[in-house]
Design a protein around this ligand. Structure first.
Ligand SMILES: Cc1cc2nc3c(=O)[nH]c(=O)nc-3n(C[C@H](O)[C@H](O)[C@H](O)COP(=O)(O)OP(=O)(O)OC[C@H]3O[C@@H](n4cnc5c(N)ncnc54)[C@H](O)[C@@H]3O)c2cc1C
Length: 490
């Protein structure tokens, strides 16, 4: 059998600043097999959606366009990792497999554990290279900060395909990923691939960043005023290091640079404590939210809660795959505090809508916004106030909720206040906008009381100390303890 070495791509879909590629190309005499596996969980796990598969495929096409000049190609296989590697190792002598370590959900963690045993059994060496900014087996948060700094300042990994040798590959039909259907709102989504990603990075660094501070909390303005780099970072079309270095070179403001830092700060939390995909970070809140009434969940998912700002955001998210940070926090707060839904019940829908779904940010942020950590300030957003603050003229709301287009300015944020006379003047399709499904005065009060009591119990305080030790470096921990405040806010 002919020898090959495999670079296995996962959420690192780029050809530049890529340590596994550079490692492989240190031995250019071994033919290089570039592999992506479209694994069953992309179809089966409710956190994933067609939008992610499209984005991945666009990213791979972009990589293949770049590789054409060198005669290379990324080969996509459909199947489970053991099946695919079984096939490959029956065709070639697999000398080694190189990939980045992945901080993902249980489904990918379990796959990696299985593959470790599988490779060992077959005598194949699997070299897993740490993601810059994430430390496996981290004991002390202090270490993390200095390592992040070092990693981000390091020069980009140069990848030179000039000497690469490529194996002859014909992927049999049985392994080829099937055609996938289009989905609603597809044309409003960002396109995958490093070429697109670099264009977004360039336009942000040179022009769009001027509006960053003004736009960051306003959902309508954030669409162009924020960087919009998150799907490119989540799927690895850009490396975080190159974005940090670009931001430095263009002297972008601190508000932006600190958010790049938060990216890996959150991913490290999931790496350190993977069970936060399922369990409350602070068990003192276990069992508080028991039921998940379908009617409330469905109203929230499809933007029919009767609260215009929540509904506009949920509709935008579903159509475009994007929502700015403040509004993500607000829709989670609405679902978990006002509707009192467990965060676990809203997680799959949100993740499947976010084009930038990044487990390492998603789960810690969900828990933080739902008040389940006990170490962050409890924030219960008032969606009416958010609407008035972030969209005073109601332009954004009217855009996403056609039913409210002709509502007068005074009532667009509170359509239930429309006068009987004005109601008579509405067109038929405008009168179908639902009445509020809950009374936020009451629900907000109840949520605050229950969470406050749970989080201030001696048991919760004890857990909070453990969490602070595990996830927050000591200087910040002391600050938090003194101020009873939180970690990063946005
Ligand atoms: C409930 C909830 C879930 C979230 N899930 C995700 C997710 O799955 N994937 C994801 O990338 N972001 C997530 N975020 C964080 C944040 O909302 C997005 O990163 C941001 O809105 C992306 O838009 P942008 O690239 O224009 O951001 P910018 O404001 O331009 O920021 C630049 C980059 O900094 C990072 N960043 C910004 N804010 C945060 C933050 N609060 N925490 C961590 N990193 C941050 C992102 O990588 C982002 O691309 C979530 C936030 C909440 C409240």
């Amino acid at each position: 059998m002919n020898p090959i070495q495999i670079v296995w791509f996962k959420r690192d879909l780029r050809l530049h600043d890529h340590a596994p590629l550079r490692r492989a190309l240190e031995s250019p005499e071994i033919p290089l097999f570039l592999l992506f596996i479209e694994e069953p969980f992309y179809e089966e796990d409710p956190h994933y959606h067609l939008r992610h598969r499209w984005f991945i495929r666009e990213s791979l096409e972009d990589m293949n366009r770049q590789l054409r000049a060198f005669g290379g190609k990324v080969h996509s296989f459909s199947g489970s990792a053991p099946e695919v590697f079984d096939y490959l190792s029956n065709q070639w002598e697999v000398r080694r497999v190189i990939s980045y370590e992945e901080t993902g959900m249980e489904v990918t963690y379990a796959r990696d554990r299985l593959m470790q045993a599988w490779f060992k059994h077959r005598g194949i060496s699997w070299i897993e290279i740490p993601q810059p900014g994430v430390i496996r087996g981290l004991q002390q948060r202090e270490e993390w900060h200095s390592s992040w700094q070092r990693e981000m300042e390091a020069p980009l990994c140069q990848v030179d395909f000039a000497k690469a040798r490529w194996p002859k590959v014909l992927v049999p039909e049985r392994w080829k990923p099937q055609k996938i259907a289009n989905y609603e709102g597809q044309s409003l989504h960002q396109t995958g691939g490093s070429t697109e990603a670099k264009a977004w990075l360039h336009s942000f660094c040179t022009q769009r960043s001027k509006r960053y501070r003004f736009s960051i909390s306003k959902p309508g303005h954030a669409v162009l005023g924020c960087a919009r780099l998150s799907p490119y970072l989540a799927w690895g079309n850009l490396s975080l290091r190159e974005v940090v270095q670009h931001a430095n070179a263009h002297k972008l403001e601190r508000a932006f640079q600190s958010r790049l830092h938060w990216n890996r700060h959150f991913v490290q939390k999931l790496e350190t404590q993977p069970d936060i995909e399922f369990k409350n970070m602070n068990p003192a809140v276990d069992g508080l939210r028991k039921d998940c009434p379908d009617s409330l969940l469905e109203a929230w998912k499809y933007g029919k809660t009767g609260y215009p700002m929540v509904d506009a955001c949920m509709r935008q998210l579903r159509q475009t795959g994007y929502l700015n940070f403040r509004m993500r926090a607000m829709v989670v707060s609405f679902a978990t505090h006002h509707l009192w839904l467990p965060w676990q019940s809203i997680s799959p829908w949100l993740a499947s809508c976010f084009l930038d779904f990044e487990p390492g940010i998603h789960f810690p942020q969900l828990q933080m916004q739902a008040g389940c950590t006990g170490i962050h300030t409890l924030r219960i957003y008032n969606p009416v106030k958010q609407g008035m603050d972030q969209d005073p003229a109601g332009k954004y709301i009217r855009y996403w909720i056609p039913e409210l287009r002709s509502y007068p300015q005074e009532t667009v944020h509170q359509p239930w206040r429309i006068s009987p006379l004005e109601r008579l003047l509405l067109k038929e399709e405008e009168s179908i906008y639902p009445k509020p499904i809950v009374d936020i005065e009451t629900t907000g009060r109840n949520a605050r009381k229950q969470l406050w009591e749970a989080i201030h119990s001696p048991e919760a305080q004890q857990h909070a100390r453990v969490l602070l030790d595990r996830h927050v470096k000591s200087k910040l921990r002391k600050f938090n303890e003194a101020n009873r405040s939180n970690g990063p806010k946005n």
